[in-house]
Design a protein around this ligand. Sequence first.
Ligand code: SF4
Length: 560
Amino acid sequence: MNSKKLLLTSVFGPYGVDNKYGKSLGMQMELLDNQVTRGQGVHSPRQSYLSFGLYLIAENISIPTTVLDFPVWKDFIKELKNGYTHIGITFIPPNILKVKRMCEYIRKHYPKIEIILGGYGVVIPNLEKIVPFDHLSNGEGVIWMRKFFNEDLDKPLKHPVLKNPIYSRVYGINSEPRGSVLLTGVGCKNGCSFCVTSHMFNKSYLPLLKTADDVFNTCLDIEKKLNVQNFMIMDENFLMVEERAKELLKLMEKNMKTYVFVLFCSANLIKKLGVDFFVRMGISRVWIGVESMTYQHEKVKGIDVKGLISELRSKGIVVLASTILFQEHHDYETIEKEIKWVNSLDSDMVQFMNYMPIPSTTLYKEMKESNRLNNLPYEKQSGAMELAFEHPYIKNPKQHISILKNAFKSKYHYSGPAIFKMAQTALMGYQQGVKELKKQKEYNLVWNSESLKYEVNENWSEDSYLKKRIEMIKKEALRYRVLLKTALIFSPNRKIKQEIKILIKEFSITFGKMSFSDKIKSNIVKMMAIKESFIEKIWKLKGYEGIIHQPPMIKTVYRE
Ligand code: SF4
């Protein structure tokens, strides 16, 4: 019998509140509200995700393992009583004080337990001087754990079956999560100087689901078990393994499976593969690092980013553009220009993040060598607070926080709520799709899976796969439609109000009048949003930017 027993846990909550163990800014467990739709108040879609890596590890080792996700302190110390020999804690640098408290408690009350630390927090130099621990798991977690516990390294990877997100809430209404997650690979070979993901994996990419068959079979398995078809792909650049992506599309087409994916992709790769390929692949949302107007990274060099975003949106693909503020060439003038530029790209959403020299990256090394790091405590290094280095032009830490906050505000006032933009994108995608089908028929166009283009072919037949995809985009658009009246009521200014009115009309022209049941739904959304905005005001009176939701604690036991 195996005498080892492992607990894998995330750091303890509550999250996103200021206390002894954490700073609130940027530290709540919601990616969108935290760093994308921040400042959009009642419009902000609220979602929280699991600590995916812990489940992947638990599935792929053989010792009894428990995963504890989002425990509060009481849950954590209660769980420790269950006779563990090893505890693995995943954390990021801003959670340093939380992991310190957890490890000190384990050492004091359970000195025989071996502590393993993982996650991006392990890049902190001289971590042992801050936190007591026994082992650092760096690199890919499954390989590390299998080596550590002397297990078979060649055993095929078992992908976890996880509902994603944990919760989903819009305008105060909770909806059942409709998706899952695919963990297809880690790392990235692009090696951007600030990127910890790339540096953590030595500027290389390690596929977890190596072939298109692996990905497709995982989708089939998850669909069977959870009845879902939407997948968030946790992989910095999934499409970079082009053959895997192309083969995956062929498999989906052959089996008439219209899975839907949300993923990250660099602009140069989107250009190379083409937007039509994205449509057929069912990519509903893409996250593109546009980074900077004034300093062009390789991945966007020479690309008309605005044109690309416009084409993606016109074909129904929601674009989340991300940019970095306080790069070294930014002074007061250029940073404002940069913010205006990224807003003018007219993506559905923008992630603004402050420039961060994270340990292990080239940027960190360069700044350390030139003595420009300023010893900002790790708990403040979230990318939403003051800078961790001496900026050549913008030196006041309060401005590092306020310029970032105002950037989100300016996006909201320029483009309106993300919900409105996504509804617009879905409608455009549907309209364009219908035109595309007509064009195919008129000109005998057929999809060529090698050239990734529509080409004239005398053996034309109806593109039933694209037709199915377009039906799905239609359903998505109609889901947004019931939210638009509420988006209108809470719109930030007259210009946006006008744009939402036009969109509502456009929906009526395209789909006819709203059904009776949709009218009822629309009214319910309105009432719930009014209630939510009232609750939000109470949170604001307490000094918060908005409502902070805490994910529920989730305990999963593998092999008792
Ligand atoms: S492309 Fe993205 S994931 Fe890859 S190194 Fe650059 S920032 Fe990191």
